[in-house]
Design a protein around this ligand. Structure first.
Ligand code: CA
Length: 225
């Protein structure tokens, strides 16, 4: 479980980082809004903890940028005590929860766990769709233009990861890690082989092609530009 913490006050970020690390989370800390927005766009996080008052770009601007780019990562905003306006603004801007400062670590942990449960149950049940391609995580059925597509377990795992990250360039290393659970170099050829299998089933005979090669970077699932 990876958490991005965007907080400029070192004392607060250290306190949160240490606590979450002890709980077994991987924590990436960004100390200002610009760095935070960059990290959120680059990495894959299960939850983002976002302070409102930040240098360079405030929490609302970071959140607007995230949601504007289609990123649906659960966000908890840290607001100043009693600032109802901030809370309302945050929730309206697409935050999933807010926590007024000061807060106890246990309170923050409970909120994170609740958000993760919520987003996992949504992720696990809602069908994923891009163009006329649909994947149903419950029945594990995949279809394109109404035709059922039979996939092997690895092909399914690969397509699921693509469909959970539409429009995002996924490196071979990352696909290896997610689908095969390893990071060894020897796996990266396997990714190419399996992406080809997947293309034959998902793209061949259909229009437009959805799986694209990004030279030197990896693969992306998206509509052609
Ligand atoms: Ca702050």
């Amino acid at each position: 479980m990876r958490i991005l913490l965007i907080e400029d006050e070192l004392k607060v970020s250290e306190f949160i980082r240490r606590g979450l690390t002890e709980e077994g989370y991987q924590v990436v800390v960004a100390a200002d809004g610009e760095e935070g927005a960059f990290e959120a766009g680059e990495g894959e996080f299960d939850v983002v903890i976002l302070d409102v008052m930040l240098p360079k770009k405030d929490g609302f601007a970071v959140l607007a940028e995230l949601r504007g780019s289609g990123n649906t990562v659960p966000v908890i905003m840290l607001t100043a005590l009693g600032e109802v306006d901030d809370r309302v603004r945050g929730l309206e801007a697409g935050a999933d929860d807010y926590l007024p400062k000061p807060f106890s670590f246990d309170e923050l942990l409970a909120r994170i766990q609740a958000l993760m449960r919520r987003s996992q149950s949504i992720q696990a049940t809602a069908p994923l769709t891009i163009a006329d391609l649909t994947l149903d995580p419950v029945s594990r059925q995949v279809s394109r233009a109404g035709q059922e597509i039979k996939l092997t377990a690895k092909e399914y795992g690969l397509l699921l990861h693509f469909m959970q990250n539409p429009g995002k360039v996924l490196s071979r290393a990352r696909l290896t890690e997610h689908v095969w659970g390893g990071t060894e170099e020897s796996f990266t050829n396997v990714v190419d082989v399996y992406v080809n299998y997947l293309r034959k089933k998902v793209d061949k005979g259909f229009d437009p092609p959805l799986i694209h090669t990004v030279r030197g970077a990896g693969y992306v699932l998206r509509l052609p530009e």
